[in-house]
Design a protein. Structure first.
Length: 490
């Protein structure tokens, strides 16, 4: 009991430390997108993120202000809630000792610490998905197929789709929990599971309708188009999970298969982990950093690892303690490095590869790229654009047009203007007759994309700027003046 009290006190102190870190990093693109939705009244938008993210950000801004601290105010609290849910789930499945170790492992993982100081869909999923697992666990303990735990699980699955649509992995995990064990398969025909499926389907249908009516921006932005690469993705997992814990996760899963864990009443962590990790392994490289969906399956992997390290009979107790200590210290050091260093680091997530990508260039770039630049240089970029805008005549006669939506929402936040910064996907018909500053991070850009260039009477290059952070280049901006926008006839 004393150990558990110490654990909860440590979680409280860790939450305070994470709060202190919130203002030290500029907003990531998806965080800035949430602020954009709030600022310009697009609460119901499913553009790249679900509407639950702007809602949580708005509540935080009411408490902590409009800066980075306010936007992310609830991120450390969500991480705390995720830790407590994992503790409760592991305690109900095993015991307090395993639950305590699971929480310790979770809170030293680099991916979890990254999610705890940024407000992305993955941060919210870290709470909703374990909550869904806990509700399913309690529903299975009851004989009533209409027990409220089933409806609570359905609400959690719907919440996952509202945070990170379409939440295929979450729904697949629930199906695996019920379908992989012969003893539980009859629940797939129960009223409770049909309620979960219905709740998820309603949100996904709304997402499909919205995407269809707005030109499928996720596809148009090319997020699902890059070719999947094995080596960068393995490097991404190594950094997000830390090398030794990742190896131990794999060993724990293998031991679970060997011991037939999927055939027992304790199959839930393994059944949740498999689809979440599988989908993340193939789709994860296309997620925008730091929205690392892999953190969700790592929560359940931590439960398996805590169970394995506690009940395994191989090795003397001193060796177990040494392995635990080395694992925890290594992962904790890597978390500190991931959050604070300005040196290049590898995640294998979305970044600009060479103009002609290949497996060789992807692998080489994975060792030198710094995806963390998505959290740096935005404020200085906005200062550059603001200075050029003032020289051009001010915001009254000019509007700002960015090369893509991440740059647009970041400039919109840090410029602080009332008129939204536009992106190529925006409807520009209301700007007919006005001139624009076109801002892009494409070094090779000679002007606007052809589809937009033809809509302006004349374009010219105004400025080229390198944005530096700690001696490293994090942004490269080209700013063009685009005169007299002509709206299309249709």
């Amino acid at each position: 009991m004393q150990r558990q009290r110490f654990l909860f006190a440590a979680l409280g102190l860790l939450t305070l430390w994470r709060w202190a870190l919130l203002p030290t990093l500029e907003l990531a693109p998806e965080e800035a997108l949430a602020v954009f939705c709030i600022k310009h009244g697009q609460w119901g938008s499913f553009f790249e993120i679900g509407p639950l993210v702007p809602l949580v950000a708005r509540l935080g801004m009411l408490i902590g202000g409009a800066g980075e601290f306010g936007v992310r105010f609830f991120a450390p609290l969500l991480a705390l809630a995720a830790s407590l849910l994992i503790w409760r789930l592991a305690r109900e499945l095993f015991d307090e000792q395993i639950a305590g170790w699971a929480v310790v492992i979770v809170n030293v993982l680099p991916a979890f610490n990254l999610a705890a100081v940024t407000l992305t869909p993955a941060t919210i999923a870290c709470v909703i998905v374990p909550a869904a697992a806990l509700c399913v666990r309690r529903a299975l303990m009851k004989e009533d197929a209409k027990h409220r735990a089933w409806w609570a699980a359905g609400a959690c699955v719907a919440g996952a789709a509202l945070a990170q649509p379409p939440a295929f992995a979450t729904m697949a995990a629930v199906v695996c929990v019920l379908g992989l064990s012969k003893q539980l398969r009859h629940h797939l025909n129960s009223t409770g599971f049909r309620g979960i499926l219905a709740a998820w389907s309603v949100v996904v249908l709304a997402w499909l309708i919205w995407q269809g009516g707005h030109g499928w921006p996720a596809f148009a932005a090319g997020r699902w188009l890059p070719e999947w690469r094995l080596i960068p993705n393995l490097l991404r997992w190594i950094v997000l999970a830390s090398p030794l814990p990742l190896v131990l996760f794999a060993m724990s899963v293998r031991a679970g298969f060997t011991n037939g864990m999927l055939q027992t009443h304790r199959s839930l962590p393994m059944a949740m982990l498999l689809p979440l990790a599988g989908i993340d392994f193939f789709y994860g490289p296309h997620e925008i950093w730091p929205d690392t969906g892999g953190v969700v399956w790592m929560l359940f992997a931590a439960v398996l690892l805590a169970h394995r390290s506690t009940v395994a009979r191989t090795g003397v107790i001193e060796q177990k303690i040494s392995l635990r200590t080395i694992t925890i210290v290594l992962a904790a050091l890597q978390s500190a490095f991931l959050l604070q260093t300005d040196l290049p680091r590898t995640l294998g997530l979305t970044w600009s590869f060479s103009p002609k990508p290949s497996a060789e260039t992807d692998v080489a770039h994975a060792f030198t790229a710094d995806p963390s630049k998505t959290l740096r240089g935005w404020r200085e970029s906005a200062r550059v654009v603001s200075a050029v805008l003032e020289q051009a005549g001010g915001a009254g006669s000019w509007f700002v047009l960015a090369g893509d939506w991440p740059l647009a929402v970041e400039l919109d936040h840090y410029l602080g203007g009332t008129e939204p910064v536009q992106s190529p996907a925006s409807d520009l018909r209301s700007f007919a007759g006005r001139s624009a500053l076109f801002v892009t991070e494409d070094r090779d850009a000679k002007g606007l994309p052809d589809l937009l260039k033809n809509r302006f009477q004349h374009t010219e290059l105004l400025s080229v700027a390198r944005v530096m952070h700690a001696g490293n280049e994090v942004r490269w901006l080209k700013i063009f003046a685009c005169h007299d926008y002509r709206a299309p006839d249709f």
